[in-house]
Ligand binder design. Structure first.
Ligand code: PGA
Length: 237
């Protein structure tokens, strides 16, 4: 069973009810899955839930980030306990955009993981190299160290592949997934390895041939009404 995580980032679909209806149609066609998650902006967790329940859409609640602190005087932060209260199950931690634009270090990512784990949320730790020619070793090592600390979901997201602006060399992705697998398998714990970065309906069929990928983290394409339907259908059909 593949995982599918829709990460809307700081965007919304053109029409929330049409988006929900499109994914609902996909679920009517290929079935519901408890490994399907939607991570809207925090502001729309409730609005999405309301629309989904009106239309009978089934999904796991996701969040795009979590505070490195518990409840308290941390203006702007959203602690894991409050996410838990809203029914959130999965939380992205250390997304490339958080690292690059908000200076999140591995240490901060580690604190966020601990906060998420304390509340029983499932952290999805995102790792990946900035440039196509960068050494992969530190990123693999980071993934390995998080799996050793009980993280069960890693998303390999090469930063150069995020945002849909490059033509992906898919053989490179496959090679790199294999390198992650070799080291992560060596830890001897159960984990899933997701891939993220320019996943769209156009390249999904090819990515689905790579057995090393347990699922996908989809950004921009997941906000698109048509692709939200076709991607879901391809993954679970
Ligand atoms: P993208 O983003 O699908 O828009 O490349 C993926 C991600 O950042 O999770």
């Amino acid at each position: 069973m593949k995982y599918l995580i829709y990460n809307w980032k700081a965007s919304l679909p053109e029409s929330l009810d049409q988006w929900v209806s499109a994914v609902k149609k996909a679920q009517e066609k290929v079935g519901v899955s408890d490994t399907f998650c939607i991570a809207p902006p925090f502001s729309h967790i409730d609005a999405l839930e309301k629309e989904a329940s009106l239309q009978g859409l089934s999904y796991q609640k996701g969040a795009q980030d979590v505070s490195a602190f518990s409840k308290g005087a941390y203006t702007g932060d959203i602690p894991a306990s409050l996410l838990k209260e809203r029914g959130v199950v999965y939380v992205l931690v250390g997304h490339a955009e958080r690292r690059r634009l908000h200076g999140e270090s591995t240490e901060i990512v580690g604190k966020k993981v601990v906060e998420a784990q304390k509340e029983g949320l499932i952290p999805i730790v995102c790792v990946g190299e900035e440039n196509i020619d960068d050494d992969l070793t530190p990123h693999i090592n980071e993934a390995v160290s998080f799996v050793k600390k009980g993280v069960s979901m890693i998303a390999y997201e090469p930063q150069w592949a995020i945002g849909g602006s490059v033509v992906l060399d898919l053989s490179k992705i496959e090679e790199r997934i294999t390198l992650f697998r070799e080291k992560l398998d060596g830890v001897g714990k159960e984990y899933v390895l997701l891939y993220g970065g320019s996943v769209s309906e156009d390249i999904l069929s090819q990515l689905l041939c790579y057995t090393g990928i347990d699922g996908f983290l989809v950004g921009s394409a997941s906000v698109d009404i048509k692709q939200s339907n076709t991607i879901y259908t391809s993954i679970y059909g």
